[in-house]
Write a protein that binds this ligand. Structure first.
Ligand code: NDP
Ligand code: BG6
Length: 490
C-alpha cells in the first residue's frame, strides 16, 4: 500500500495571525504537516490582525515561531506560503479585501477553492466574523468552506446558542469544527480503540460489570497570569463544560454504527441526551466546589493572594461531581469527574472501576478480592494499567491485586502529532470525529448552567483545600456516600 501523504490543497484564512496561540501552537503544527508532506506547494495562509505588518515581517514572525523545529531551508520555504493583511474584524467594510486576497491566492496556489477560516481571536468576535464571512462573500463556490472555532464556545447555554445561530447563518454543522484540544490528545483517541477493539472490554462496558467511572483532570499549576479570564470562568467553565465532557462522551457513548464522524457524533449525542440535568438540590448533592488555599511552600499562595485575583473571590479552582446517565447501559453507574488547579500532580486519567467478584475462595481469602480497575492515563505520560486479582504467594489460598501496565514508548511519543496538528489535519480532511458538536455542547451547557446558578447564588459551600494536595475532603465524602473512593490519590 502507498503510504505517501496525500497533498492537501487549501487557503487558510487566520483571524488573529499575530496572537499567542498562532505563534505557540498553530504555526508549529502547520509546519509539522508541511514537513510530513501533507502541505506542499498548494497551500497558503493569510494571517490577519490590526497590527501593521507586511508579508516580510509576518514571515519573520512565522519563522521565529518554528525556528527550532526544522532546518533553515524547510523553515524558509514553509514561511514563504504566509501572507499578511491588516484587518479589523469589527469593521464590515474591511472584509472585501479578504475576499480579493482569497481569490488571488486561490489562483496563485491552485488551491481548488478549498477554504478554512480559523478564528484565533477573542471569543466575543466569533459570531460577527462568521456572519461577515457569509455576508461579505468570502466563501468559495467550488471547493469546501470550513470554520475552525477556538474555545470557549459561549459562557452559558444562552450565549452558546446565540453564537451557534450566528455560525449557522453561513455554515452547516458539518462545516463547523469546534476545537477542544483534549479530543486531539493521543490517549483520548485511544479510548475507542481500547473499548471497541477488544470484545472482552466492549462486552463488559456496562452496568453489569462496571461499578463506577472516574475522570480526573488534575493540574499542578495555579492560575498563573490568567486571573482576568480565569476568575470569571472557574474550573467549571474552564475544564468541566468542555474537556471533561468530551472525554465522558467517548466513555458513555453507545457503540457507533460505524467509525465515521456522523455515527460517532450520533452515538455520543444519544448518551448525552440521557444525562440527568440536576436541579438545585441535585447540584448540592452531586457536586463539590473548592478553592485552593496556601500550600506548605512559601510560593504556594492562596488563590485569593494571586496577582489580579480579588481578595474576596469565590471562584472555583476545583470541581468534583457525579454524572448520571439514564440509559440501559449506565443505569446506576456513577461517572465521577474532578478537576482542579494547584493539586499535587499534573495528571489526566480515566479509571474504570469494575465490580468485585462474588466468588468465595474460602476462609483465608476473606475481604482480599479487590475491584479490578482499568486505568487510561492520558497526560503527562500515556499509559494503560489494569489491576486485577491474582493469587498471592502463600501457603493458604489467598488472592492479591496485581498490576499489568503498558506505557507509550519514547519512539511512539516522538511520532505522536500535537493535538493542533491532528485537528488541522482532520479539519482539512473534513473529519469531524474529534471535534465537539453542537448537540453535545448544548447539553453540557444546560448541565453546567444549573451548577453555576446554584454556586453564583451561594447556595452550596465553597470548600478550601491546601495547595499541592488532591482537593477538599468533601470530594472524598462525595464518593464515600455511595461506597466508592477515588482511585487516583495523587
Ligand atoms: P491573543 O490576545 O494573544 O491574540 C489575539 C489576536 O487577535 C491577535 O493577533 C490580535 O492582534 C488579534 N485581534 C485582536 N483584536 C482584533 C480585532 N478587532 N480585529 C482583528 N484582529 C484582532 O489571544 P490568543 O492567541 O491567546 O487566543 C486566541 C483564541 O484562542 C482565543 O479565543 C482563546 O480563547 C483561544 N485559546 C488560546 C489558547 C492559548 O494558549 N493562547 C489556548 C486555548 C484557546 P491585534 O491586537 O494586532 O489586532
Ligand atoms: C485549557 C485551560 O483549556 O486547558 C487551562 O484553559 C488548562 O486552564 C489547560 O491549564 C490544560 O490543558 P493541558 O493540555 O495542559 O492538560
Amino acid at each position: 500500500m502507498d503510504n505517501k501523504p496525500k497533498e492537501l490543497r487549501l487557503i487558510l484564512l487566520l483571524f488573529g495571525g499575530t496572537g499567542d496561540l498562532a505563534k505557540r501552537k498553530l504555526y508549529p503544527s502547520l509546519f509539522n504537516l508541511f514537513k510530513k508532506g501533507y502541505l506542499q506547494e498548494h497551500f497558503a495562509v493569510i494571517g490577519t490582525a490590526r497590527k501593521d505588518l507586511d508579508d516580510d515581517k509576518f514571515q519573520e514572525l512565522v519563522r521565529e515561531s518554528i525556528a527550532n523545529n526544522g532546518d533553515e531551508g524547510q523553515v524558509k520555504s514553509f514561511a514563504a506560503h504566509f501572507h499578511y493583511t491588516h484587518h479589523d474584524v469589527t469593521d464590515l467594510k474591511d472584509y472585501s479585501k479578504l475576499k480579493d486576497l482569497l481569490n488571488k491566492y486561490n489562483e496563485e496556489y491552485d488551491a481548488q477553492g478549498n477554504r478554512i477560516f480559523y478564528m484565533s481571536v477573542a471569543p466575543r468576535f466569533f459570531g460577527q466574523i462568521a456572519e461577515a464571512i457569509k455576508s461579505e462573500g468570502l466563501m468559495s463556490d467550488d471547493g469546501y468552506n470550513r470554520l475552525m472555532v477556538e474555545k470557549p464556545f459561549g459562557t452559558s447555554y444562552e450565549t452558546a446558542e446565540k453564537l451557534q445561530k450566528q455560525l449557522e447563518s453561513g455554515f452547516s454543522d458539518n462545516q463547523i469544527f469546534r476545537i477542544d484540544h483534549y479530543l486531539g490528545k493521543e490517549m483520548v483517541q485511544n479510548i475507542p480503540a481500547i473499548r471497541f477493539g477488544n470484545p472482552l472490554i466492549d462486552a463488559t462496558w456496562n452496568k453489569d460489570y462496571i461499578k463506577n467511572i472516574q475522570v480526573t483532570l488534575a493540574e499542578k499549576l495555579g492560575v498563573e497570569e490568567r486571573a482576568g479570564y480565569y476568575n470569571t470562568a472557574g474550573a467549571l467553565l474552564d475544564m468541566i463544560q468542555n474537556h471533561t465532557f468530551q472525554i465522558v462522551g467517548w466513555l458513555a457513548m453507545e457503540k457507533p454504527a460505524s467509525f465515521s464522524d456522523k455515527d460517532i457524533r450520533a452515538a455520543k449525542n444519544a448518551a448525552f441526551s440521557k444525562l440527568k440535568i440536576y436541579d438545585e438540590e441535585g447540584v448540592k448533592n452531586n457536586f463539590v466546589r473548592g478553592q485552593y488555599g496556601k500550600g506548605r511552600e512559601v510560593w504556594q499562595k492562596a488563590y485569593t493572594e494571586e496577582p489580579d485575583v480579588p481578595s474576596d473571590s469565590k471562584n472555583d479552582t476545583y470541581v468534583a461531581g457525579r454524572l448520571q446517565f439514564d440509559t440501559d447501559r449506565w443505569q446506576g453507574v456513577p461517572f465521577y469527574v474532578r478537576t482542579g488547579k494547584r493539586l499535587s500532580e499534573k495528571q489526566t486519567r480515566v479509571d474504570i472501576v469494575y465490580k468485585k467478584s462474588a466468588f468465595d475462595f474460602g476462609e483465608f481469602n476473606q475481604d482480599k478480592l479487590e475491584e479490578p480497575v482499568l486505568s487510561i492515563l492520558i497526560d503527562p505520560v500515556g499509559r494503560i494499567e489494569f489491576s486485577l486479582n491474582g493469587k498471592d504467594v502463600t501457603t493458604e489460598f489467598q488472592t492479591r491485586s496485581d498490576l499489568l501496565s503498558w506505557q507509550v514508548s519514547d519512539k511512539d511519543k516522538e511520532l505522536t502529532p500535537d493535538p493542533y496538528e491532528r485537528m488541522f489535519h482532520d479539519a482539512m480532511n473534513g473529519d469531524g470525529s474529534n471535534f465537539a458538536d453542537w448537540t453535545g455542547v448544548s447539553i453540557s451547557w444546560k448541565f453546567v448552567d444549573q451548577i453555576a446558578k446554584t454556586w453564583d447564588e451561594d447556595k452550596a459551600p465553597l470548600e478550601t483545600y491546601e495547595s499541592a494536595t488532591m482537593g477538599p475532603v468533601a470530594a472524598d465524602r462525595l464518593l464515600a456516600e455511595t461506597g466508592d473512593r477515588w482511585i487516583y490519590r495523587g
